[in-house]
Write a protein that binds this ligand. Structure first.
Ligand SMILES: Cc1cc2nc3c(=O)[nH]c(=O)nc-3n(C[C@H](O)[C@H](O)[C@H](O)COP(=O)(O)OP(=O)(O)OC[C@H]3O[C@@H](n4cnc5c(N)ncnc54)[C@H](O)[C@@H]3O)c2cc1C
Length: 169
């Protein structure tokens, strides 16, 4: 975990759902080929990675093609593609024979979990960003929870997702 009391990060990512997970993969791939590494830290309120876990209804499928995964449109040769996930799980042939572009949400959740465990990123799980303020051109990000503290960064990437709106009853 990067220090939170001295250095200024390139960015802090608020939330670690699919949006910032995809960004973390892009940062890793950038850092592997560039001399100057991008320094980033992510803060996620959940205790571990999860993608709308209350809605993983058996049989429910994705609304988008598996090709719209975390990386394919940016880098089809990435090790983080859905096809590489299937290969590592030993499910590539089975998925092809299934003749669909739309995996189940359960399988796509497993793909996202696999990528979150594999990516080289610093994530403060079980922690919530409670405030962001700009001081002399640097953002101060207050973090509450399991990894509480204050992060300082030149940029903040907010990917906190949506909040469910439930009618009364
Ligand atoms: C049931 C359902 C099915 C869907 N199916 C599809 C689909 O098939 N295809 C598709 O393209 N899209 C689908 N979506 C749309 C969905 O928005 C995206 O799939 C995706 O979840 C967006 O990712 P995200 O990272 O932007 O947001 P989220 O997945 O919502 O992640 C945001 C994360 O930020 C965290 N967070 C929020 N505030 C803070 C804070 N202050 N501090 C720390 N952490 C914080 C949350 O805990 C959460 O983990 C679906 C959405 C739902 C609800």
């Amino acid at each position: 975990m990067a220090e939170d009391n001295g250095g200024v990060l390139d960015f802090v990512g608020v939330g670690f759902g699919p949006s910032n997970l995809a960004l973390a993969v892009a940062v890793q791939e950038h850092n592997e080929r560039c001399a100057r590494a991008v320094r980033a830290e992510f803060v996620e309120a959940k205790p571990e990675f999860g993608w709308h876990t209350g809605m993983l209804i058996p049989g429910a499928t994705m609304q988008i093609s598996f090709l719209k995964d975390l990386v394919t449109q940016r880098n089809p040769q990435s090790e983080f593609t859905f096809l590489n996930y299937l290969t590592e799980r030993g499910r590539l042939t089975e998925f092809i024979n299934y003749k669909t572009f739309f995996p189940t949400r359960l399988e796509f959740h497993d793909y996202l979990q696999w990528a979150a465990a594999k990516v080289d990123a610093s994530v403060r799980y079980g922690s919530r960003v409670t405030a962001v303020r700009e001081v002399d051109g640097v953002f101060e990000v207050d973090v509450d929870g399991a990894a509480a503290g204050r992060l300082r960064a030149r940029n903040v990437v907010i990917a906190g997702g949506l909040s469910p709106q439930l009618p009364p009853g």
